[in-house]
Design a protein around this ligand. Structure first.
Ligand code: GLN
Length: 281
């Protein structure tokens, strides 16, 4: 890159290097803003602004990493979910917009002002637990993960939102959880081992333990549905995110364990994404 290139030139260089990605323009903008520590308004307001060589090199390094498939969120260290800015790193899945449907479905079953106990299993960055804690401040939450590194990120995120009603526990699903909850939510790993998506650049840098769900993708979901009976109050609800083609299998698993009012909710793309049911005790 030449000395003192302009914002316009840097964006053009970035976009052309990222040309294979649908989000090339956006990614170049987000990465340049990250380096400049500015918001995107600057890029449009001052396209002829000249940028020094140190910042150009940082930007070039980020563009190179993005070319190899590293998610933008890992490069900037943050991702927005439910209008909350969360820290993320390679120990946590990057929160996806479709997971907001899981939050919405759960919120519909948590009346405002009621002090319910809620568990978020496999919390990762803490996205779901923190969104629920913000929306329902009267509730107490337990957020678990098998990864100590992910729990450190999640508890940092809770602190930075001044949330103190979430307890973080290292647990392999229910292995280190004793109590019962009115609501259990989880976005577990659910991608089948044979799914070509796992080899794609989109998810290659994310933790396999947050994505891979065994031969049919349902290993973790089966484990959670099996275990939840011992951890839900009578009439409590279990909400699970799953793959677009898993709604029937997940609903069947719920019904086999005597859950009632089993229903599936679609995500913003119109795909089956969340199935939930009520435990009859
Ligand atoms: N929705 C994610 C993906 O397709 C998978 C998330 C998960 O397994 N929980 O990459």
């Amino acid at each position: 890159m030449s000395d003192m290139a302009t914002i316009r030139e840097l964006l053009e260089q970035g976009r052309s290097r990222l040309v294979g990605l649908d989000s090339a323009q956006l990614d170049a903008e987000v990465l340049l803003c990250h380096v400049l520590q500015s918001d995107r308004g600057l890029l449009y307001a001052r396209p002829e602004k000249r940028i020094g060589t140190a910042q150009q090199s940082s930007y070039a390094r980020l563009i190179s990493a993005r070319c190899t498939g590293t998610p933008v969120a890992y490069l900037t260290g943050k991702k927005e979910f439910w209008s909350i800015e969360l820290r993320v790193d390679e120990h946590t899945l990057v929160p996806r917009p479709e997971t907001e449907c899981l939050v919405e479905a759960a919120l519909e079953h948590i009346p405002q002002g009621q002090a319910l106990c809620i568990a978020d299993l496999g919390t990762g960055s803490g996205a779901i637990a923190i969104a629920l804690a913000i929306e329902r401040p009267a509730c107490r939450l337990l957020a678990s993960d098998i990864s100590a590194e992910a729990l450190a990120v999640a508890s940092y995120n809770a602190r930075s939102q001044a949330i103190d009603q979430i307890r973080f526990v290292k647990s392999n699903w229910f292995s280190h959880i004793d109590e019962r909850f009115e609501i259990i939510v989880s976005n577990p790993p659910y991608v089948a081992d044979s799914d070509p998506h796992l080899g794609g650049t989109g998810v290659r840098h994310e933790p396999a333990s947050a994505l891979r769900g065994g031969h049919d993708g349902l290993d973790a979901i089966r484990c959670i549905i099996e275990g939840a009976g011992g951890h839900l109050t009578k009439g409590g609800w279990l909400f699970l995110e799953h793959g677009f083609d898993q709604a029937k299998a997940v609903s069947d698993l719920f019904r086999a364990k005597h859950y009632i009012n089993v229903a599936t909710r679609k995500d913003y793309a119109g795909l089956d994404r969340v199935t939930y049911g009520q435990y009859t005790g």
